[in-house]
Ligand binder design. Structure first.
Ligand SMILES: [Zn+2]
Length: 410
């Protein structure tokens, strides 16, 4: 059995933590070194936390309990709605997602809700395409006050790497400063939440469970946040067509569109936003927005700065969409356009090769064809990529580059 108890707040430097004890009472060795689970916010925001319910700790602890086949005991109260959805519906979605999980029991000491005193409508803010498109739709264009974003959030709970690592601290700080600048320009507050949930999700596969950590961070501030937009990665149609390739790999892309609306408490509503658009439509949506032109950041490359590398798959994919609609030059502040031109043809061939099994590659190719962009035939793209890989393997990538430069000069 896994037991969560002793819910309280405590100070940790300039941060206030919402903490509970984590106890492993199973018949196998404890796979975790952490003795507590915590969320933290800057001290001036400590009134965002409530010690009335264990809601923010439930999602990850429940998944962990299912992974190890242990029942979960909460020494306190939880939201009736979250308990109801978790035990009746979410448990079965988790079982569909991963064959490694087992049904378990959840014991609680009754139900309660937070003393909600806020009316914040929040959204995560990363300056990526999904995030910016949601903010553009639900802040710039939204006309209903109850649904208009008035607060932005940034989480550090695994998505930037292990939070104790120096490289993670530097990357997170760089991302925070960039996002804060953009939030300031929009006149919106940007709140930070950190958590050690990665110490639990990391043992089970950090990538597939980072979403659970992010959604848990949202629940930790339900006292102030009434409504919160979760920006989707794929469209409804793409999730339906491709969800099986994300089985036990990516929770959001496997089932986000029907899982997220079930992650509710009696005080908080999560809205899955963005699945009404394909990724290319989201890029089009924000392509004329000055905030996007100055701050768009999509980079996947592991480094300790927040710039786009214009060489990784995500950077090139975004540049390709902007290229198709003829707006790439307007994004010269955030992408290295010379680098893109160097990699453009190879990227188009790579995208053509992947478009059968990768929804976002397929999206770009369909988008290019709809706009009559001239593309090489798929057979040519396969031959090109195959030969390029073979030459790289044969003489090394650096020698291949030198050879190419020599040919281009002559
Ligand atoms: Zn990149």
């Amino acid at each position: 059995m896994i037991i969560l108890s002793n819910l309280h707040t405590e100070q940790a430097g300039e941060w206030t933590r919402l903490v509970c004890d984590f106890e492993w009472n199973g018949d196998t060795p404890n796979p975790f070194t952490e003795k507590t689970i915590w969320f933290s916010m800057k001290k001036e925001n400590e009134d965002f936390f409530s010690t009335r319910v264990y809601d923010p700790f439930l999602l990850v602890a429940y998944y962990v309990a299912m992974h190890y086949g242990q029942d979960l005991k909460i020494c306190g109260k939880v939201s009736a709605k979250l308990y109801h959805n978790l035990t009746n519906y979410i448990q079965h979605i988790f079982l569909d997602f991963s064959d490694k999980l087992h049904p378990v029991k959840l014991h609680v000491e009754g139900f309660d809700t937070v003393e909600q005193d806020g009316a914040l409508v929040g959204a995560g803010f990363s300056c990526g395409v999904d995030s910016l498109s949601t903010v553009y739709d639900r802040f710039v264009k939204e006309t209903i006050p109850e649904y208009k974003i008035n607060a932005l959030f940034l989480f550090n709970c695994g998505g930037n790497g292990y939070i104790d690592k120096e490289s993670t601290k530097a990357l997170y700080q760089a991302r925070y400063e960039r996002n804060k600048k953009a939030a300031d320009e929009m006149g919106l507050p940007l709140y930070q939440i950190q958590s050690n949930l990665h110490a639990f999700t990391g043992v089970l596969g950090i990538y597939k469970l980072t979403y659970l950590s992010n959604w848990s961070c949202v629940i930790s501030v339900q006292k102030k946040v009434r409504r919160y937009y979760i920006a989707s990665c794929l469209s409804y149609e793409e999730i339906i067509s491709f969800h099986n390739i994300y089985h036990d790999h990516d929770l959001d892309e496997f089932c986000g569109m029907y899982l997220v609306p079930l992650i509710q408490t009696d005080a908080l509503e999560l809205i899955y936003d963005g699945a009404q658009h394909r990724r290319t439509e989201k890029v089009m949506n924000i392509a004329d927005w000055e905030i996007a032109k100055k701050h768009l950041n999509v980079c996947l490359k592991e480094k300790d700065t927040a710039e786009n590398c214009t060489t990784c798959e995500k950077c090139l994919r975004t540049c390709f969409t902007l290229d198709i609609i003829g707006k790439l030059d307007e994004f010269a502040d955030v992408f290295d356009l010379q680098m893109y031109q160097k990699l453009r043809f190879k990227n188009i061939c790579d995208t053509l090769c992947k478009c059968k099994n990768a929804p976002l590659s397929k999206d770009n190719i369909v988008f290019a064809k709809e706009r009559n962009m001239k593309l090489p035939p798929i057979w040519f793209a396969h031959v090109y990529v195959f030969l390029k890989r073979a030459v790289n393997r044969l003489i090394g990538a650096e020698n291949a580059k030198r050879l190419k430069a020599k040919f281009q000069r002559t």
